[in-house]
Design a protein around this ligand. Structure first.
Ligand code: SF4
Length: 257
């Protein structure tokens, strides 16, 4: 009965079991269900496909928007060209500051716009009650995007912290490419890219917040660039399960690696 579980599939996932296509093949999920009465909904393929669609082209769009606003994208890229500090503790501090700054920015954004979300929700309810045509799909997608951002806002920090903390153990792995550092960095990068896609969805609904959202996206993009620099082999890390079944899983299709 155990053979259908994928060994290690839970090690480099995002712990979002409700949206995971591997619940039936994950030992950790099975264990947790034994202690939980809740049954998670099956993963919805359309959800990740939508987020993927919005991530595609977002980097190019960011460059164009920055150029329109008189910001030189190359200058920002140059900021990331400095050699990373080889001191692991200093690196941890630096990246924790940057990732927590992002997480706090997310909180600020949603607090500032809480009344808008409330207003939109009430407006939608009234329209439905009055029998007026409403774009429920777009609103649902918008809410899903909020969920994505909220899910990953601290996850990114935790995974990058782990990736840096494990750096000194990299050589202990028979295959350093498959080190815990690379795996943690890879899932952090995936979380960043999904968040970028989700912010794009928010931006489409809140056009008046475009500049504010762009600043947040830039924050994320800088962290992403630094990750690539710190872990040049992260894209080659093989995530059990997620990187094995491209024809069967939507998650993998989203994964650009
Ligand atoms: S692999 Fe999927 S089911 Fe298992 S712990 Fe991770 S997100 Fe949950």
């Amino acid at each position: 009965m155990e053979e259908h579980f994928i060994p290690g599939v839970h090690n480099y996932c995002d712990r979002w079991c409700e949206r995971c296509p591997f619940t039936a093949r994950c030992r950790v999920y099975a264990n947790e269900q034994e202690f939980s009465e809740e049954t998670a909904d099956p993963a919805d393929p359309a959800f990740w496909q939508n987020i993927k669609k919005n991530f595609e082209g977002v980097l190019e769009m960011l460059d164009k928007m920055m150029a329109d606003m008189g910001i030189d994208p190359d200058e920002i890229a140059d900021e990331n060209k400095e050699k990373p500090d080889p001191n692991i503790q200093a690196l941890e501090r630096d990246m924790r500051d940057k990732t927590m700054q992002y997480a706090n920015t997310v909180n600020d954004f949603f607090e500032r716009n809480a009344s808008y979300f409330e207003f939109k929700s009430e407006e939608l309810e009234e329209q439905i009650e009055d029998g007026l045509p409403v774009d429920v799909e777009s609103w649902q997608f918008f809410q899903d995007a909020v969920d994505v951002i909220r899910w990953y806002q601290y996850f990114i920090s935790a995974k990058i912290h782990r990736a840096i903390g494990s750096l000194e153990h990299m050589e202990e792995f028979d295959n350093p490419m498959q080190s815990d550092s690379n795996g943690s960095a890879k899932i952090a990068k995936i979380a960043i890219e999904r968040s970028l896609g989700a912010w794009e969805v928010i931006c489409q609904q809140l056009a008046e917040k475009k500049e504010e959202i762009l600043t947040i996206q830039q924050q994320l993009q800088k962290i992403r660039a630094e990750l690539d620099q710190l872990f040049p082999n992260l894209n080659n890390f093989h995530r059990p399960g997620f990187d094995d079944e491209p024809d069967n899983t939507v998650r993998l299709e989203f994964n650009p690696n």
